[in-house]
Design a binder for this molecule. Structure first.
Ligand code: DAH
Length: 342
């Protein structure tokens, strides 16, 4: 076939169109212009597409086949180049975006500070450890209580004057005054008595709520731990001995405890207990006493067969004393500069 045969002429035209298209593809600067170029190259008037239309001018079938194949190869080559360049741009753009959206977290890495439990959680866990060591089991109850568990079952009927000492937060649920946020942990005593069988040696730590204005020694949400023992032949001596054993185990063997006569509706006799620091200071800790027969009956326990003692005190107060915190509110402001000290 001579240099100037129609087939050669077509091949040269195809080469030119192919090289032109490839050069444009390589010259494209971004994926948008590449997309436009793809559209342009597929138009009827563009080089290779137009040449396809000219195939009809070739006379022999052999020529048509030869040129057709040449044209197809060129088209495939251009499509591949277009695809490769598109991927290249997509990769580059992804890299650029990742780079732009990068957040520098190295500050966290360099300080390498580990978190730890809040001081009230630490105090609760230590209290649990000490009482579990003395043979107690840990019990829980709901924060939303009924009048029955919070008052009635604890020997405080509707008219009882002691009720007013608990600045109760009531919930708008059921009968007015029937549902409340527990004002102390004592209602859990009743729940434990109703579900466990004596002998009962239980502690009940948790959150309690009162309508108190926050100040240096009060918070409307605070933590208490309640203790309950119900068994045969339990006396006041067991109560005093347990408080003393707890004091020494929790604080130090140098600490001692004392009980002062007091009044609580749910215990009879009742006492308040203080602990004495090695310096001779007395710190008021909580209340205790022998479980009132009416309370045992509320819990479904026969007071002729069993007797028991109970106690309850504030956990926040203990953490405050232990760490010499001036203002209890500081424990709840979530200021890391304060919290990290403990
Ligand atoms: N529930 C009492 C309060 O919150 C504390 C208390 C006193 C608990 C005497 C007791 C107890 O179990 O026997 O003020």
């Amino acid at each position: 076939m001579s240099e100037n045969s129609p087939v050669d002429a077509m091949r040269r035209a195809i080469d030119t169109a192919r090289e032109g298209a490839l050069a444009k593809i390589m010259a494209a600067q971004d994926s948008a212009s590449l997309r436009d170029l793809g559209i342009e190259l597929s138009r009827k008037t563009s080089g290779l597409v137009a040449l396809k239309g000219e195939m009809g001018k070739l006379s022999s079938t052999a020529d048509k086949r030869a040129v057709g194949q040449y044209l197809n190869n060129a088209t495939t080559e251009i499509a591949a180049a277009l695809a490769a360049r598109t991927t290249e741009f997509a990769d580059q753009e992804l890299l650029r975006r990742v780079e732009n959206e990068r957040i520098d977290l190295s500050e966290l890495l360099t300080t390498r500070r580990r978190g730890h439990s809040h001081i009230v959680t630490q105090a609760t866990q230590r209290l649990e450890d000490v009482f579990v060591g003395l043979g107690f089991q840990v019990a829980e109850g709901p924060e939303v209580e009924t009048d029955f568990y919070n008052f009635e079952a604890l020997n405080m009927p509707r008219s009882h004057p002691s009720r007013s000492e608990f600045d109760t937060m009531f919930l708008e649920f059921g009968e007015p005054g029937s549902t409340l946020l527990r004002t102390h942990m004592s209602p859990v005593q009743i729940r434990v008595m109703k579900t466990w069988k004596p002998p009962i040696y239980a502690i009940m730590p948790g959150r309690a709520f009162r309508r108190d204005t926050p100040d240096a020694t009060h918070m409307p949400v605070f933590h208490q731990i309640e203790g309950l023992v119900v068994d045969r032949g339990i006396t006041f001596a067991h109560l005093a001995g347990t408080i003393e054993a707890f004091t020494k185990a929790f604080f130090d063997s140098e600490f001692t405890s004392r009980l002062r006569p007091s009044y609580f509706p749910f215990t009879e006799p009742s006492a308040e207990f203080d602990i004495r620091t090695p310096d001779g200071d007395w710190i008021e800790l909580g209340g205790c006493g022998m479980v009132h027969p009416n309370v045992l009956i509320s819990g479904g326990i026969d007071p002729e067969e069993f007797s028991g003692f109970a106690f309850g005190f504030g956990i926040d107060r203990m953490a405050k004393e232990r760490h010499k915190v001036d203002d209890i509110r500081e424990m709840y402001t979530n200021d890391l500069r304060f919290l990290r000290q403990f």
